[in-house]
Design a protein around this ligand. Structure first.
Ligand code: DX5
Ligand code: ZN
Length: 221
């Protein structure tokens, strides 16, 4: 599967979101990564559900890649207008009944992804291989941009890759957190397909977004 890019909107210029989105949309970027946080599962609050909903109306080419860092994420699906074409990643650590939440995403025509934080073993995904279209491997502790990569991230990516390959299912491996210029190739070699690019690459200081996207696309292809 070719490498795909999902720039993280929470790292963009918050005062110019619409123009930031339009620029990306015209650059052939695959997905737009939209982080939602409840302030309880993670001690931070970023893009709110109504913004994530309104993004839908301005996207012409990119699809929404929604990452919900919240307990009982199904409580936000209506407000975000979850529907076909969306990736929706929910945290294994945040759901009372993971199967039910994944089925709910599927019933809305969206693609269910299970997200696992750095301290959660890769093996937990074995119980959900029939229910998911992807795994979101957090390579930082969820909640903030600009963090260093978590210990053992490359091994984790490779372990998830092995589980996916052995399952013979079409499951995407997404990585999120410190996807930097110098580490993204190693993430690709470890088995990643979809790259959430934030402050350590596409939104790194002093680089035009067009240049940064082009550079990233070459590194992950
Ligand atoms: C962190 C979010 C990430 C974050 C990535 O909890 O899920 O999407 O924006 O930012 P960087 O690339 O700076 O780690
Ligand atoms: Zn994210």
């Amino acid at each position: 599967m070719r490498g795909m890019l999902s720039p993280s909107l929470m790292c963009a210029d918050m005062l110019n979101l619409q123009s930031e989105i339009t620029v990306l949309d015209n650059l052939g970027v695959d997905y737009l990564h939209l982080d939602f946080m409840d302030g309880k599962f993670v001690p931070n609050i970023t893009l709110d559900a109504s913004l994530i909903k309104s993004v839908k109306s301005v996207l012409k080419n990119m699809k929404r890649d929604i990452h919900i860092m919240a307990f009982e994420p199904q409580n936000y699906f209506d407000r975000m207008e979850i529907g076909s074409g969306d990736i929706v990643s929910v945290h294994f650590e945040a759901c009372k009944n993971v199967n039910e939440v994944l089925s709910e995403i599927h019933s809305r025509g969206a693609s269910p992804f299970i997200a696992i934080s750095p301290d959660t073993p890769a093996s937990v995904i074995n119980d959900y291989l029939d229910k998911i279209d992807g795994v979101l491997v957090m390579t930082v502790y969820p909640g903030f941009a600009g963090q260093p990569i978590a210990e053992g991230s490359f091994e984790k990516i490779a372990e998830v890759r092995k589980i996916i390959d052995n399952s013979n299912k079409d499951i995407i491996l997404e990585v999120d957190g410190h996807v930097s210029w110098d580490l993204c190739k190693k993430m690709r070699e470890s088995g990643a397909d979809l790259f959430v690019a934030g402050s350590s690459s596409v939104y790194s200081k002093g680089m035009k977004i067009e240049e940064a996207v082009e550079k990233m696309m070459k590194l992950i292809k």
